[in-house]
Design a protein around this ligand. Structure first.
Ligand code: AHR
Length: 313
């Protein structure tokens, strides 16, 4: 497959020199899932800003949470004969046919943030993403320590079928399964959104009430929604009920400073520089690793007031 992409690269290089300043601007299509969370907005901003910085003509498409719209966007990028495509896929399944179309058109696809299930990994150039299984594991290990190895947890899951929801659940549950006195008493999809996180948490509270001792949310937005539900029920989030989530967006630091969120595992959305480095490399015919893992930190309430000063999103 490298040779096909190299062919496309060569074509791009052959026309280089025709434009102003001797360099032809790259045209890149970016298919984004939507704007369901603060994380997603930060990722979009990072990619847009990096494109502007490098003089890339970015064709941006927001699918508003609809995979079919993402597939249509990819087909439109192919029809426009873009130089490369950046795709943040909503779910893991269902991409093979359209990725084949891109491959036939010799347009390399760089995946950012989430992975896909395909039978042939030559269908994409590389995936730039965090280790979601490890994020779930780290959240669980923190809870094991704080709860002394026993207690009842509820889990707010991300979008069903998405890589982060699948992997964060897997990593978390593998750790908890080794602790017979720790139980996940409820687990449900909150679609990575604040309002849904709140709704699902309200239902958990109606069903389990004071039995709930900890909340694990697959992202900060759902945790913030859950905190609103816990507050409304007089359940003291951050104190009587431990709350941990993933992303480390600004809202999470504000919630930690307010004493309502206990900890957050970072998932870095600033993928623009790496994404365009990958695009440029693949168009030059350079080999790329199949996955590039983004490094993430971990933040707790105690240092949040200091940490927030240097946060970029
Ligand atoms: O795929 C990354 C996840 O998607 C983020 O954790 C979440 O906030 C977003 O919507």
């Amino acid at each position: 497959m490298r040779s096909l992409w190299f062919g496309a690269a060569l074509a791009a290089l052959l026309v280089a020199g025709c434009g102003e300043g001797g360099k032809k601007a790259l045209t890149v299509g970016f298919s984004q899932i939507g704007a369901e969370s603060a994380w997603r907005t930060a990722e979009t901003k990072s990619i847009r800003e990096e494109a502007a910085k490098r003089g890339v003509d970015l064709k941006f498409s927001d699918a508003q949470g609809d995979q079919e719209k993402q597939i249509a966007a990819l087909r439109s990028f192919i029809a426009q004969r873009v130089d490369a495509i950046i795709l943040a896929p909503k779910v893991e399944d269902g991409w093979e046919p359209v990725l084949r179309e891109a491959q036939r058109a010799r347009i390399p696809v760089v995946l950012v943030d989430r992975g896909v299930n395909v039978t042939d990994d030559s269908l994409y150039a590389t995936l730039i993403a965090s280790d979601f299984v490890d994020e779930g594991r780290r959240a669980a290990e923190w809870l094991v320590k704080k709860m002394g190895g026993k207690g009842n947890i509820v889990q707010l899951e991300g979008t069903s079928g998405s890589a982060p929801a699948n992997d964060r659940k897997k990593g978390f549950e593998a750790v908890i399964a080794k602790r017979p006195e720790m139980k996940i008493i409820k687990s449900q999809d909150g679609d990575f959104a604040r309002d849904k996180g709140q709704e699902v948490m309200e239902a958990f509270i109606r069903a389990e009430g004071k039995k709930i001792q900890a909340v694990y949310a697959h992202n900060d937005d759902m945790a913030i929604g859950a905190i609103q539900a816990l507050d409304a029920a007089g359940m003291n989030p951050g104190k009587d009920v431990l709350v941990i989530s993933i992303d480390a967006v600004r809202g999470a630091f504000e919630a930690m400073i307010a004493g309502k969120l206990n900890a957050t595992v970072e998932c870095n959305p600033l993928l623009g520089p790496d994404a365009f480095d990958a695009v440029e490399k693949v168009l030059r015919g350079e080999a790329l690793p199949k996955k590039m893992v983004v490094k993430d930190s971990f933040f707790e309430q105690g240092t949040a007031a200091e940490d927030i000063k240097t946060r970029q999103y």
